[in-house]
Design a protein around this ligand. Structure first.
Ligand code: CP3
Length: 352
């Protein structure tokens, strides 16, 4: 697929490929959402998953943070559980809680309820992405999906979890069931990502937000093969593949090895140390994304500015750096602070 050159020369895509950038690109995970009054206004009276299926709302909500902050990338407004919902799985997003499943998956009959996702199931996604790409012009659109482990954790636990006890019990107690479920969820992620890239998304991000709850040993045995399947399937599209999770300091090497082109880092590990961990097993250094602690958004500019300077300096250890928070924008964040961070990062000096 040929893409407009303005996109290829965008700071986000240059950094993701480890090429020279005009400035360090910046965007924010969960940049679309409740921190924006214009988001709350559009969403009034419409459920989260319903809003994800309406192209007019998806386009508007995706563009809102681009307009307000002038960030270097847009992220498609959707959710990690949306493709399952579109394929008929009974799942909701409870405001203030997250995804909830009334009848969690615990056996083969539960597994049978997870159907493959076809492009026809998510035709509204194709329509939304096509319209967004034409409206965004030179700003790249990031497509995304939930990684098999993080999505499975909601399906098996029935909702958000702190310890993933039932998910880990399935992994170790019935590995065949676990691997069958994770394999099916890898196919769901591949189908959803392919639809977004074929409609014009410039990059993809695989969110394994909760992988940090696993030991490296369990990650390698129960998760890595399934996430690797997703990255392998997306390799042929030629778009940068980003991988992110929270609390993944012990997993950075494995999460890079799995096939990511760019490694997302939360705030716990400095970016230069992250590069050391990514290359520890002998692999090549990779561009990184991150990693301002979202809590700092509430600390005042005098505290934020030196943190940005530190992160930009540490990011120079990598062949490319995409500035972001270490996790998503909290719903009570002040949009003015995010706007100021955007402008500050974009104006910062990038040494030759
Ligand atoms: O701006 C963006 O980042 C794009 C859209 C996006 C959403 N969810 C919208 C959303 C993306 C990329 C996601 C991914 C997602 N969803 C992840 C991975 C990223 C991460 O934050 O770790 C996860 C774990 C989910 C599951 C999920 N969906 C959670 C935990 C929540 C929050 C629940 C709450 O109310 O606090 C959701 C709901 C959700 N997804 C909202 C948004 C804007 C809030 C819903 C609302 O406005 O009512």
């Amino acid at each position: 697929m040929t893409r407009p050159s303005a996109l290829d020369d965008s700071a986000y895509l240059l950094a993701a490929r480890g090429e020279r950038v005009p400035h360090t690109p910046v965007w924010f995970m969960r940049q679309a959402g409740r921190a924006l009054p214009e988001y709350r206004a559009v969403r009034e009276g419409i459920s989260m998953l319903e809003s994800c299926m309406r192209p007019d709302l998806v386009v508007e909500i995706t563009l809102q943070p681009v307009r307000r902050y002038g960030v270097d990338a847009a992220i498609f407004y959707s959710d990690i559980v949306l493709p399952l919902k579109a394929a008929g799985f009974d799942i909701e997003i409870k405001p203030g809680v997250g995804p909830v499943v009334a009848d969690p998956i615990r056996d083969a009959a539960g597994l049978a309820r997870v159907r493959p996702v076809t492009p026809a199931d998510v035709s509204f996604t194709t329509e939304s992405v096509q319209q967004l790409v034409s409206e965004l012009g030179g700003t790249p659109l990031i497509g995304f999906a939930g990684a098999p482990f993080t999505v499975a954790s909601y399906l098996v636990e029935g909702g958000p979890s702190k310890d993933f006890a039932k998910t880990k019990a399935m992994m170790h107690g019935d590995p065949a069931l676990w691997h069958a479920l994770a394999d099916r969820l890898a196919d769901v992620a591949i189908a959803y990502l392919a639809v977004q890239v074929e409609a014009g998304a410039s990059a993809i991000q695989l969110f394994d937000s909760w992988a940090g709850g696993l030991s490296p040993r369990d990650y390698e045995r129960f998760v890595l093969p399934h996430s690797a399947k997703v990255f392998d399937a997306m390799a042929g599209y030629g778009v940068p593949r980003v991988h992110f999770g929270v609390n993944t300091g012990e997993l950075l090497g494995l999460m890079s090895e799995v096939g990511a082109d760019v490694v997302g880092v939360d705030w716990r590990v400095p970016l230069d140390e992250a590069v050391r961990r990514i290359t520890a097993a002998g692999g090549a250094p990779k561009p990184v994304q991150g990693n301002l602690d979202p809590a700092l958004l509430f600390a005042g500019w005098d505290a934020i500015e030196p943190e940005i300077d530190r992160i930009l300096a540490e990011g120079r250890a990598a062949p490319g750096h995409i500035f972001n928070l270490g996790h998503g924008v909290p719903p009570d964040a002040d949009p003015e602070v995010l706007r100021r961070i955007t402008k500050y990062v974009q104006a910062a000096h990038v040494p030759a």
